[in-house]
Design a protein. Structure first.
Length: 234
C-alpha cells in the first residue's frame, strides 16, 4: 500500500546551522505517530518541511507516493493534510468562528450552504457548536485550539499533522479532542509534550534529538500513586 509520507535522507538548515539531518520516516495509513523531543529540537521544523513550508537542504519528500520538489507539487497535495499550527492565532483570521471553519471547504470549491453545513458538523464533532457565532479572536486559548481543529475536520483531509493540539485545553475539552481524534479514520502525526495524550492516542513514537529522528517507546502503564488535587470549594 502507498505510504502517506516517505522521507529519505532529509536535511534542513537555517542560517548555516543544521537543524535536521539524515531524517528517514515512513508513515502508513492508519498510523498515529507521536513526535516528541525537547524544545527547539526541530519538531515544528520537520512538520513545516514535510508540507513544503520550509525548504529542505537535501534528501527527498514523497507525499501520497508522489515526489515533492517544487512548490507546485506541495501546493497540490497540501489540502489533503490538515495542519494544526502551534499557535492558534496563526490559523484563525476570519471575524467569526463559523466563517473561519467554513473557509477551508469554501476554498476547496464547496458552495456557501455546503461549506456552512460541513463547518457546523465539524464544530458539533468537537462539542463546540455553541461557539459558531463568536468572534474568533475573543475566544479563550483552549477554545481557539478546538476551533482550529474543527477547521481541519471541515476540510475532510486524508491525514492530520497536529503541533501541540492539547496546549491550553482543559480536561473536559481535552477528552472531546481525544475522542474526535480517536474517531478520525486517517493517519496523523502528533507533536506533543503531553505524555498522557501521547500514551492514549499514538500507535508509535519517534524522538527528534540532536537533529536526528529516532524510534522512541511509548510508556503506557497503570500504577497507583499519590495525586495532589486542587479542590474548588463553595
Ligand atoms: N523562523 C526561524 N528562524 C530562525 N530559527 C528558527 C525559526 N524557527 C525556529 N527556529 C529555530 O530552529 C530550531 C528548531 O525549532 P522548532 O520550532 O522546529 O523546534 P521544536 O522541536 O518544535 O520546539 P518546541 O518543542 O519548543 O515547539 C530552534 O533552534 C529554533 O530556535
Amino acid at each position: 500500500m502507498t505510504k502517506l509520507i516517505e522521507l529519505s535522507g532529509l536535511s534542513v538548515g537555517r542560517k548555516g546551522r543544521s537543524v535536521l539531518s539524515d531524517v528517514h520516516l515512513d508513515l502508513a495509513q492508519g498510523e498515529r505517530l507521536a513526535l516528541i523531543g525537547p524544545n527547539g529540537a526541530g519538531k515544528t521544523t520537520l512538520l513545516r518541511t514535510i508540507l513544503g513550508l520550509e525548504a529542505s537542504g537535501g534528501g527527498s519528500i514523497r507525499l501520497f507516493g508522489e515526489e515533492c520538489r517544487t512548490e507546485r507539487h506541495f501546493a497540490r497535495l497540501r489540502p489533503r493534510i490538515g495542519f494544526l499550527f502551534q499557535d492558534s492565532d496563526d490559523q484563525l483570521f476570519c471575524p467569526t468562528v463559523i466563517e473561519d471553519v467554513s473557509f477551508g471547504p469554501l476554498n476547496l470549491g464547496h458552495g456557501p450552504a455546503a461549506a456552512r453545513s460541513m463547518a457546523e458538523a465539524a464544530l458539533a464533532r468537537l462539542g463546540i457548536a455553541d461557539l459558531a457565532d463568536r468572534i474568533s479572536h475573543r475566544l479563550s486559548g483552549g477554545e481557539k485550539r478546538l476551533v482550529c481543529l474543527a477547521g481541519l475536520f471541515a476540510m475532510e483531509p486524508d491525514m492530520l499533522m497536529l503541533d501541540e493540539p492539547t496546549n491550553g485545553v482543559d480536561a473536559v475539552n481535552g477528552e472531546r479532542l481525544r475522542k474526535a481524534l480517536r474517531d478520525f479514520p486517517g493517519a496523523m502525526i502528533l507533536v506533543s509534550h503531553d505524555a498522557d495524550f501521547v500514551a492514549d492516542l499514538a500507535t508509535r513514537a519517534m524522538v527528534v534529538r540532536d537533529g536526528r529522528l529516532l524510534p522512541a517507546e511509548i510508556h503506557d502503564h497503570a500504577h497507583t500513586h499519590r495525586h495532589r488535587h486542587i479542590h474548588v470549594g463553595s
